[in-house]
Design a protein around this ligand. Structure first.
Ligand SMILES: [Zn+2]
Length: 73
């Protein structure tokens, strides 16, 4: 389960070329937390960032609440 999350996050960094607009994609998607390491997993408040697995964009913790994007640029 740990490797799944880290592996997916890495994979999404490629192929960021074709993207839908944030308002059409990430706003409607549950974002996946990116953790500093396994020690701090499962505490959303300690996530380094939030990744949309549909398009690979990453967002700052300040822009995310309850795993949902609360504001888009
Ligand atoms: Zn997205």
């Amino acid at each position: 389960m740990l490797t799944k999350i880290f592996g997916d996050a890495r994979m999404t960094y490629r192929g960021v070329a074709r993207q839908r607009a944030i308002s059409e994609c990430c706003l409607n998607t549950d974002l996946m937390p990116r953790w500093r390491g396994p020690q701090v997993m499962d505490d959303d408040s300690k996530a380094m960032g939030w990744v949309c697995h549909s398009c690979g964009r990453e967002f700052l913790p300040a822009d995310v609440e309850n795993r949902r994007l609360i504001r888009a640029e």
